[in-house]
Ligand binder design. Structure first.
Ligand code: NDP
Ligand code: CA
Length: 312
């Protein structure tokens, strides 16, 4: 029933380091998959055909986008159908961890399939999950917020016999949405970075829907963190700027339709121990189409982010 999925391609990036090391190359994907309950509830994507939002259709495009790129590690937000991802992807060698938000807005939608949350899925053929933690992000005061993070430590398979073991950490998060919550996002980011302190000796990836544009304080916090974090899509352009959008949607709002086109999703990585090889480019506005996302050719209002990196 749907149209062919949007075509995208990986673009090589100028390796920051000229290190000729032939370490293993892994692919990581970050994606806010759009909770099914929200897509038909609060979001009000007035220009998106109902057929495209119908779960029986949409789930096929979600799976197709993932399997087209076959990441070794998949970081997802707004997952309110984890069993679908888990049960489908297990056939392709993936295992996963899911952690729901304490008070998910999905629960207020009729016929919901449970709370939404963050998930990490990984290829068991390539990786061993050596540690995982799921946390509720806190405000500065120590109070819990409604946002979470899943943090995984991985080891490359086949490394055991060698002297050096390739280990790295991947965290996924979905920070508080909406205008006026800059300070809460900042505090949530601060809490996550503090939590990740214990992984400061190994390469680190932090993936997520930060709900914050590059001008926000939480972005600055990550960019200036002591981990030496770089947002991977800044490798795509010469000036080191973020792309113009990672989400592009039109919602029906009081007083008319509102178009929203911005960069709020990121894959942060440490410079130490990682060489970025390529990045999955974003489709043009023309390719996305004038009714924007989601659509008959793409199943979420957020585009997936993906990159190939080499552990050095
Ligand atoms: P957030 O503010 O973080 O937002 C939750 C979701 O809403 C996000 O996934 C976000 O998507 C999406 N969103 C952002 N902007 C809009 C928008 N303009 N229109 C529609 N959706 C949008 O939520 P919280 O975690 O703070 O949870 C909301 C709270 O409100 C919970 O306590 C929940 O129980 C409560 N609630 C109560 C309802 C009721 O009927 N009483 C109804 C709904 C929620 P993205 O990240 O992609 O921007
Ligand atoms: Ca959303």
């Amino acid at each position: 029933e749907l149209h062919p999925l949007l075509e995208r391609s990986f673009v090589p990036v100028q390796a920051a380091s000229s290190n000729p090391n032939n370490g293993p190359v892994l692919r990581i994907m970050q994606w806010n998959v759009l909770a099914q309950a929200l897509s038909t509830g609060d979001d009000n994507f007035v220009l998106c055909p109902g057929k495209a939002l119908d779960w029986e259709n949409r789930k096929l495009h979600l799976l197709e986008e993932i399997l087209r790129y076959q990441p070794h590690i998949l970081c997802l937000e707004e997952v309110d159908n984890f069993s679908f991802f888990q049960e489908s992807l297990i056939n392709f060698g993936y295992m996963g961890i899911f952690y729901p938000k304490p008070d998910s807005p999905c629960m207020w939608v009729e016929n919901n399939t449970g709370p939404d949350g963050c998930a990490v899925l990984y290829s068991t053929k390539h990786l061993i999950l050596s540690e995982s933690n799921s946390i509720v992000l806190q405000e500065e005061s120590g109070l819990d917020t409604n946002q979470v993070s899943v943090i995984c430590k991985f080891q490359l398979k086949g490394d055991n016999s060698k002297k050096s073991v390739h280990e790295f950490c991947v965290a996924v998060t979905h920070l508080k949405a909406k205008k006026g919550f800059d300070e809460m996002r900042f505090q949530q980011g601060k809490h996550l970075l503090k939590y990740l302190d214990k992984y400061s000796t190994i390469p680190l990836f932090i993936c997520g829907d930060f709900n914050a544009e590059p001008t926000e304080a939480v972005y600055d916090l990550f960019q200036k963190s002591k981990f030496g974090l770089v947002s991977v899509y800044t490798h795509l352009n010469k000036e080191g700027k973020e792309p113009p959008y990672t989400t592009w949607k039109i919602r029906g709002e009081f007083g008319g339709n509102k178009e929203n086109c911005k960069t709020i999703d990121y894959i942060w990585h440490t410079k130490n121990g990682i060489n970025v090889k390529s990045v999955l480019a974003f489709p043009s506005g023309e390719a996305i189409g004038e009714n924007r996302l989601p659509s008959m050719t793409y199943p979420s209002d957020h585009l997936s982010l993906a990159c190939d990196f080499q552990l050095v």
